[in-house]
Design a protein around this ligand. Sequence first.
Ligand code: NAD
Ligand code: ZN
Ligand code: ZN
Length: 373
Amino acid sequence: MTTLAQAAICRGKGEPFAIEDVRLDDLRPDELLVRIVACGICHTDLAVRDGQLPVPVPIVLGHEGAGIVEDVGADVTVAKPGDRVLMSFNSCGTCPNCASGAPTYCHDFSAHNWSGTRIDGSSTLFIGDAPLNGNFFGQSAFATHAIAHQRNVIRVPDSAAAIPLERLAPLGCGLMTGAGAVLRSMNVMPGQSIAVFGTGTVGIAAVMAARIVGADPIIAIDVNDERLALAKDLGATHVFNARSDAIEKVRQLCPAGLGYVLDTTGINSVIEGAFALLAPKGKLGMVGASDPGDMLAFNEAQFMGMGRTVMGILGGDSDIGPFVCELIEHHVAGRFPFERLIAYFDLADINDAVHASESGRIVKSVLRMSAEH
Ligand SMILES: NC(=O)c1ccc[n+]([C@@H]2O[C@H](COP(=O)([O-])OP(=O)(O)OC[C@H]3O[C@@H](n4cnc5c(N)ncnc54)[C@H](O)[C@@H]3O)[C@@H](O)[C@H]2O)c1
Ligand SMILES: [Zn+2]
Ligand SMILES: [Zn+2]
């Protein structure tokens, strides 16, 4: 079956996204064809556009897709045609980390998510007969249709039948990563202090998760006062603007140091400043994309002697389906009100949506491809 679609093609730094006609490949046994209803824009899409990640361009990006299954390969059990699904990152399912429930650290993560092709080198997308890079995070969902895989599709639970798919879309990356960093990777304990640097989608999701856990204080730091005000509304007990001596203010608030710090900025000086705020045994989690050549410097005695932990975090250590369903439960119960972050744009207005995100005006831009019903 030939599936034609429209997709937003990314041609690299400084180039606008361009909506063009594409063709999808036939499904393999473990693949699903999804009609995309909506897809969030994550900062990582823009990091790829700007050459910060080893992903080939031109490519169709988009890795927070939500939609309706139209067709499935013979081996697919995760969902059936007509099901409402979310998509997340893909993984191999057999390496030591996949086998132990840590698929975000799949040994073949890059090949499954960032190579522009399937793992066997074949293309999922074409313009005419010419292959186009796709399969980004196993989906490439800045498009009206996408090919996804058995391992990166989550069937939306019936308990969320009343929640529009377009709202749920960002669970597949940004929300899952921030919440997972707190609830899973760092395993933040009730009553412990946490500071979150950067209050974009990932940072605010972390703040909301810290409130769910009962962390205290919950400190948010950013350079954008509107985002800080939102973070305060959604769970931060204290907010500080990084441009006005935030580190010193955190030190005064928590003179014994912090139990946890999460960096979502990817900025070296911010990460090194955050490290210095940790209490003995404190944990620093890092999720921000940075330039490929960036190096960090920590004082060895303060690192080892104080038993501190510095951890890189991918996808919030999510096990995909179970954790996304846990977050949906929190949302349905009103504990994870991420709808406050979202503004919607038509796919045709993708460049406006990107600008709204990059300017800091909108925390989470979500593209609409088609109506759900
Ligand atoms: N590791 C992962 O699995 C994963 C998943 C999703 C996103 N990411 C990455 O995480 C990062 C955050 O994603 P996002 O979507 O929330 O991005 P975002 O750009 O919306 O948020 C980053 C925030 O940092 C703030 N900031 C900039 N300079 C600062 C400073 N000096 N001090 C404090 N705050 C500052 C910005 O104002 C912004 O609000 C991005 O780099 C993204 O690529 C990683
Ligand atoms: Zn694996
Ligand atoms: Zn992302």
